[in-house]
Ligand binder design. Structure first.
Ligand SMILES: NC(=O)C1=CN([C@@H]2O[C@H](COP(=O)(O)OP(=O)(O)OC[C@H]3O[C@@H](n4cnc5c(N)ncnc54)[C@H](O)[C@@H]3O)[C@@H](O)[C@H]2O)C=CC1
Ligand SMILES: O=C(O)[C@@H]1CCC=N1
Length: 257
């Protein structure tokens, strides 16, 4: 069984750990500071937890996934030179270019990615940048692991930021949308739990239809808008209130580096 180590078991690292545990394909290792939340999660998923990079190195992972805060990442990366040279490294941490990693980790196979929180239910969308000189075996293994966690899109490094904004930040934008939908249900007398279930179920179905049909979202919208019906009135109201513009501006705001 291949060994995958996650450095930094916060929201993102925890989501990756959870999704990978469900595959039962890998031996999971994790490194984080002492933290009850982290140890509860690693216990739950039978993942070996260590508190230092030197202890992690002794376990000889095949792949290391970095999910640490941007401010702490380079300090950690500096310590990774004690890893076996065959260890593949993929960073999901924002804020540093591949060159930054390569400058500290000469000779290692390194790629960058931006996953999203739905990897915890194996329905993630991960943007990955593979440098040209990455060994095919390293690329194949990273691809396999992130495919186990959902969809993968391979992009150029300069596109990682916008892909990460749409797919990585996007779940929070959709969560705000679902919360607002549920609020409107509650306003109209639905119980909160039922309103949440309806909002999430609808979003799941609309996304599945878009994926399966490959139809442009505008055409899918047209299928719902009966002439003179209720939906077109709602869509008109969204347009009057600048919904599209608000979404585009939200992505632009989040994509400022
Ligand atoms: N939350 C998300 O949806 C996504 C997050 N990311 C990136 O993942 C990284 C982590 O983000 P979150 O998980 O949201 O943050 P978080 O604050 O939830 O988790 C960070 C984790 O790293 C640990 N940590 C801090 N310093 C460490 C060190 N020196 N050694 C080992 N562990 C250390 C913390 O204890 C914590 O468990 C960031 O770079 C973020 O940009 C990327 C894509 C999506
Ligand atoms: O908010 C953040 O910084 C990270 C990057 C993508 C999603 N979360």
């Amino acid at each position: 069984m291949k060994k995958i180590a996650i450095i930094g078991v916060g929201h993102m690292g925890g989501a990756i750990l959870t999704g990978l545990a469900k595959t039962k394909k890998y031996q999971l290792l994790a490194e984080n500071h002492v933290n009850k939340r982290v140890s509860q999660l690693t216990d739950k998923y039978n993942c070996q937890l260590v508190y230092s990079i030197s202890d992690l190195a002794k376990l000889i992972p095949d792949l290391v996934v970095i999910t640490t805060p941007a401010a702490a990442t380079m300090e950690i990366v500096q310590k990774l030179t004690i890893l076996n040279k065959d260890t593949i490294i993929v960073s999901a941490a924002a804020g540093h270019s591949l060159k930054d990693y390569q400058a500290k980790l000469a000779g290692y196979q390194i790629a960058r990615c931006i996953p999203n929180i739905p990897v915890s239910v194996n329905s993630g969308l991960t943007g990955i940048y593979y440098p040209d000189d990455l060994a095919p075996a390293a690329k194949d293994f990273i691809n396999e692991v992130f495919h186990d966690l959902g969809e993968v899109v391979e992009v150029a490094e300069e596109q990682l930021s916008i892909v990460g904004t749409i797919a990585g930040c996007g779940p929070a934008f959709v969560d705000v949308f679902m919360d607002a939908l549920a609020d409107s249900g509650v306003l109209n007398g639905l119980a909160r739990e039922l309103a949440n279930q309806i909002a999430a179920g609808m979003v799941k179905g609309a996304a599945q239809l878009a994926l399966d049909s490959h139809l442009h979202p505008a055409l899918l919208k047209d299928q719902v808008c009966s002439p003179g019906g209720t939906t077109i009135k709602g869509v008109t109201s969204l347009e009057e209130n600048g919904f599209r513009h608000a979404v585009i501006e939200a992505v632009n705001a989040a994509n400022q580096n």
